[in-house]
Design a protein around this ligand. Structure first.
Ligand SMILES: Nc1ncnc2c1ncn2[C@@H]1O[C@H](COP(=O)(O)OP(=O)(O)OP(=O)(O)O)[C@@H](O)[C@H]1O
Ligand SMILES: [Mg+2]
Length: 508
């Protein structure tokens, strides 16, 4: 680096001070001097302290915290550990970004965060060559400059939202950054001299792993963080979010109190989410309104309970419990997994005179369409056993719709739900409103396993369903589901569609 700077200095002496080129050289030298080359912070490798810090910032998240502590322990034993790169995956607002920050705090390292969402240009990662007007180093080097040390915790946020187009592929540049074998000589187009990133601890976050390019995914160790249950949210609100907001708003425990029943009400009727971000926002609203009451001198202490909650937050935004209040013919409740957590999904079927066509709407992806076809074919082949008139199928069109129509949906896991809704509609038998189901269907009516059972179950619980039908092969995943949720639900394990119908249809 010294050589490089001396050379640039020589060049600078030979050209007029005010020239454009002089400016370019000066900026370049400034950059070289600004980024850290040797300065490092000492790691705080006290496990107990780290544990305290992690617990202080976040409730639960046991697996993730445990993994961080393991990392620290190994670090302490071997002094210098190459990799691993942690990738925190989970729905929005479950604390991925804030956990990453808290890792830095536990280690006593500097922390920098860059968001990769919408980055579509390789030069955003690697910078532009100096020959370009207004060239700058890429975001990695800029991040290092902000960190000021060679060993920060570097958070690469939203790594799944990176895009690529004709300007090059930012993911391939990141490959070099995240590869412990290569990143001791990271090349930035602007800086030119290889830069050593090997002491940086990279932590990435993502909502889902589907859109992360394979080679990148292989370099990271995935830590899944799933959505929270109602009880967990209550604890988080009581112990973390509310005290934090009360303090931020200049209030104290003496001047403001929120009763537990009010918090439960907020969780149930004012938010519907896997994480706690909206919950946090509602807490802030409560504090703001309380601050106004206190400052205007109306009261000295504000107590918020279930009874006066709507004076603060207005009308409830969500219905707690099932949306459909009666058992319906031709509508069944499925469970969906989305990058923003699980959700329930109503599938509607209606029939009318036509030529035996199957109409599918609701922005369904190819896989989902095919699974609807499979369900329909199964029903056709078994029409007699199911007490469905084959002539009816020939002379009517059948329409399957999945609200909400504007949101694209895909995946095979709604197979049994579509089959159930179809059979319900064709036979006029209602589907029980408290039953939710998930499972892929084959042409022979067998039920195949699905992914994301935990998120789906949490969503079913939020929605107030009572019975959940799941494929036999997913029985093992029940382990991951918190007991507080399991208590409220009955799981029905099935291998064949007949068993689904047995449970879901309401015999008259
Ligand atoms: N387990 C928890 N304990 C305490 N606070 C939490 C917990 N989980 C989340 N929070 C709080 O919720 C807020 C949102 O979290 P954060 O921004 O980290 O979400 P995220 O997972 O990064 O979401 P996104 O995917 O949208 O970026 C933060 O203020 C965080 O402190
Ligand atoms: Mg985040």
């Amino acid at each position: 680096m010294k050589e490089k700077i001396e050379k640039e200095n020589d060049r600078l002496e030979k050209i007029p001070t005010a020239s454009a080129e002089g400016g370019v050289i000066r900026t370049y030298v400034d950059w070289l001097l600004d980024i850290p080359w040797t300065k490092a912070t000492e790691d705080d490798l006290d496990i107990h302290h780290a544990e305290e810090v992690l617990d202080e910032d976040h409730y639960g998240l046991e697996k993730a915290k445990e993994r961080v502590l393991e990392y620290l322990s190994v670090q302490k034993l071997v002094k210098k550990l190459k990799g691993p790169i942690l990738c925190l995956v989970g729905p929005p607002g479950v604390g991925k970004t804030s956990l990453a920050k808290s890792i830095a705090r536990a280690l006593g390292r500097e922390v920098v965060r860059i968001s990769l969402g919408g980055v579509r240009d390789e030069s955003e990662v690697r910078g532009h060559r100096r020959t370009y007007v207004g060239a700058m180093p890429g975001r990695i080097i800029q991040g290092m400059k902000n960190a000021g040390t060679v060993n920060p915790v570097f958070i690469l946020d939203e790594i799944d939202k990176m895009a690529s187009d004709f300007r090059g592929d930012p993911a391939s540049a990141l490959l070099e950054v995240l590869d412990p074998e290569q990143n001791n000589s990271f090349s930035d187009h602007y800086i030119e001299i290889p830069y050593d990133l090997s002491k940086v601890m990279f932590v990435t976050t993502a909502n889902s792993t589907h859109t992360i390019p394979r080679p990148l995914l292989d370099r990271m160790e995935l830590l899944h963080i799933s959505g929270y249950t109602e009880i967990e949210k209550l604890h988080i609100a009581q112990r973390y979010l509310l005290p934090k907001k009360i303090k931020e708003h200049g209030l104290t425990e003496e001047t403001m109190e929120v009763k537990e029943d009010a918090l439960i009400e907020v969780i149930r009727r004012y938010t519907r989410e896997a994480g706690v971000r909206n919950l946090e926002r509602e807490m802030a609203t409560l504090c703001r309104k309380s601050a106004k009451i206190i400052v205007s001198g109306d009261k000295e202490e504000v107590v918020i309970s279930k009874e006066n909650l709507n004076e603060f937050l207005g009308k409830p935004r969500f219905r707690y419990g099932m949306a459909e209040s009666e058992d319906q013919v031709g509508a069944a409740t499925g469970l969906a997994w989305t990058p923003v957590g699980g959700d329930t999904l109503t599938i509607e079927v209606s029939t009318f005179t036509g030529k035996g066509k199957l109409i599918l709407t609701g922005q369904l992806g190819d896989v989902m369409k095919e699974s609807a076809q499979a369900a329909f074919s199964y029903i056709r082949s078994k029409a007699e056993e199911l007490h469905i008139d084959p002539n009816f199928l020939d002379n009517n069109d059948i329409h399957i719709h999945v609200p909400e129509g504007a949101i694209p949906k895909d995946g095979p896991s709604a197979g049994i739900t579509m089959a159930t809704a179809l059979i319900s509609s064709l036979t006029g038998t209602p589907v029980s409103k408290t039953v939710g189901m998930t499972g892929e269907i084959t042409l022979r009516g067998r039920v195949l396993p699905i992914g994301g059972l935990k998120e789906k179950t949490l969503a079913a619980h939020r929605a107030g369903l009572k019975t959940i039908i799941i494929p036999k092969e997913n029985e093992k995943d029940l382990e991951d589901i918190p007991d507080s949720v399991k208590q409220d639900l009955t799981f029905v394990i099935v291998e064949h569609l007949d068993q689904v119908l047995e449970k879901a249809l309401v015999r008259q």
